[in-house]
Design a binder for this molecule. Structure first.
Ligand SMILES: *Cc1c(COP(=O)(O)O)cnc(C)c1O
Length: 512
């Protein structure tokens, strides 16, 4: 069994299931496996005839989790099934020349977050079951977990869809009222499931995030939840290790697909380009390389919030003078990319150094890595960013050139790939991760295609129709159906910790 340790302190080991429930280590660090398992090219070859699910099971087992092979099989087969709109789950499409698009949005919410959040809740539920078995054997009461999510849009829906009707766990999603797109709002407020609740909060995303943080940190409230209701709070955010293994899997899967298509021969190198936010996707690709996947460069693409471009180019992470700017690719609008901590640990293998750097970021809002680490960052990564304007121009340019319609996040990555290949006269194949279906960002896509849209002119379903008229591109069923779905969650609240605390307790009373 591979155990997990914290990036900041190497002493205490936890099992895979413990790590899923805990989310974050007691010392504030992130969990990393004590060793990264490896696979051989021969093993990759054996996977080439297998389905996405069989490949996923194989890779999961390499991590030797404290789950039976049978359970892993059951969980993987449930997570990646008819809830995806293609049996390939994450198909790789030829775009142009040596560029391939890895479409990560065929899940139930048309967002790349589904790749991890369709399976992570199943693992979570299994972990709760095992934990409660032990508690009951000791004569103690079983625990119920309550997941709290603050969302600025996409994560909320993907988490709701993943956790709905899972045993041993409930979920409440908070979103900033008026600050998410109408489509995103409809996706959330029409959510079904007996263990789900959605609350609109008056305020912006920061207000929602601090509200949820305050609830997590309110020890009196947490004690009350536990003592009176046997409820523990938990989160489902992208630093949970349970979201990372599923992401390692699709990178490996895409490589095997390109071998099968005879784009590459087994063992030859590819580049992977990723529209990056919290660095989970890129980190997963980095782990895939450590495990044996022949990746040459990680092309880390950012929008105008280009803190990662600067960091990977210079080794200096500096947020002193930075403010978040709004972009057409909101899921990449980030100042602190939490998963960088795991990258630093994996490169340096030194929890003292990692603690020092992360602490400096907190206090000085800046840190600089050592020369050895700088060298590795330079060698492994190509980082660059595009402006808001160029992101939208690129959607139109690529559509005119190929008839492929990209969402703004994917466009950021594809624009950087063009630049990179020109600059370096590179001709080896590149996989471009496509992280959202264009329909989820219809307004900006329409603006990119037609240049003639007023912000308040059309509602989003009209815009979808308009894009469809122009491009004949298809729109996912889950999005079209929103127009007719019944609204189940209408409550709006002020961001008041006491008020929300009371609501949570009321809701628990009514649902347990
Ligand atoms: C979450 C998200 C990203 C960023 O992914 P990270 O793993 O956080 O880097 C990019 N694009 C979309 C559409 C996303 O939802």
């Amino acid at each position: 069994m591979i155990q997990y340790k914290s990036t900041r302190n190497n002493i205490k080991l936890c099992s895979f299931l413990d790590v899923i429930l805990k989310g974050i280590a007691n010392d504030g660090g992130l969990f990393v496996p004590e060793k990264i398992p490896k696979f051989s090219l021969r093993q990759l070859r054996l996977l080439s005839k297998k389905s996405y699910q069989e490949r996923a099971i194989f890779i999961f087992n390499l991590f030797e989790p404290d789950l039976s092979e049978n359970t892993i099989r059951k969980i993987v087969n449930t997570a990646y099934s008819t809830n995806f709109d293609t049996t390939l789950i994450a198909p790789s499409i030829h775009l142009k020349d040596n560029q391939y698009v890895l479409e990560l949005w065929h899940g139930p919410t048309s967002a790349f977050k589904d790749m991890a959040l369709q399976i992570m809740p199943l693992l979570f539920s299994e972990a709760v079951k095992e934990k409660n078995k032990k508690l009951v054997n000791k004569g103690e009461k079983p625990i119920h977990y309550l997941i709290l999510v603050a969302t600025s849009g996409d994560t909320g829906k993907a988490a709701l869809e993943g956790f709905k009707d899972r045993k041993g766990v409930s979920i409440i999603v908070f979103y900033p009222y008026g600050h998410v797109s109408r489509l995103q709002e409809l996706q959330m407020i029409t959510q079904n499931g007996l263990n789900v609740e959605v609350c609109a909060i008056h305020g912006d995303f920061d207000a929602v995030q601090s509200l949820v943080k305050d609830i997590f940190n309110d020890s009196k409230f947490n004690k009350k939840l536990f003592n009176q209701y046997q409820v523990l709070l938990s989160s489902a955010n992208s630093i949970n290790w349970g979201r990372l293994i599923p992401q390692i899997i699709y990178h490996i899967n895409a490589y095997i697909d390109l071998v099968n298509k005879q784009v590459i021969t087994l063992g030859s190198q590819i580049d992977i380009a990723i529209p990056t936010g919290n660095f989970g996707n890129t980190l997963a690709a980095y782990y895939a390389k450590k495990m044996g996947l022949p990746i040459r460069k990680f092309i880390c693409a950012s929008n105008e919030n280009n803190v990662l471009t600067e960091f990977l180019q210079t080794g200096i992470y500096n947020i002193k003078k930075r403010k978040l700017v709004q972009t057409p690719s909101p899921s990449m609008d980030i100042l602190i990319a939490s998963n960088i901590e795991r990258l630093l640990y994996t490169i340096s293998n030194d929890p003292k150094k990692v603690s020092f750097w992360i602490n400096q970021l907190k206090i000085e809002r800046k840190f600089e890595v050592d020369n050895l680490t700088k060298g590795i960052l330079k060698k492994e990564f190509y980082a660059d960013w595009v402006s808001n304007k160029d992101c939208l121009l690129n959607i139109k340019k690529l559509y005119d050139e190929t008839k492929y319609l990209m969402d703004p996040h994917t466009s950021v990555a594809q624009a950087i790939v063009e630049r990179y290949q020109k600059q370096k006269s590179i001709s080896s194949p590149v996989i471009i991760c496509s992280t959202a279906h264009w329909a989820k960002f219809a307004k900006d896509v329409c603006r990119a295609l037609t240049k003639s849209i007023n912000d308040d002119m059309l509602d989003e379903f009209e815009i979808l129709k308009r894009i469809k008229r122009i491009t004949k591109a298809s729109i996912p069923k889950n999005i079209l159906e929103l127009k007719r779905k019944a609204i189940k969650h209408r409550k709006k609240y002020n961001p008041n910790t006491k008020l929300i605390g009371d609501k949570i307790i009321n809701w628990l009373k009514n649902t347990q």
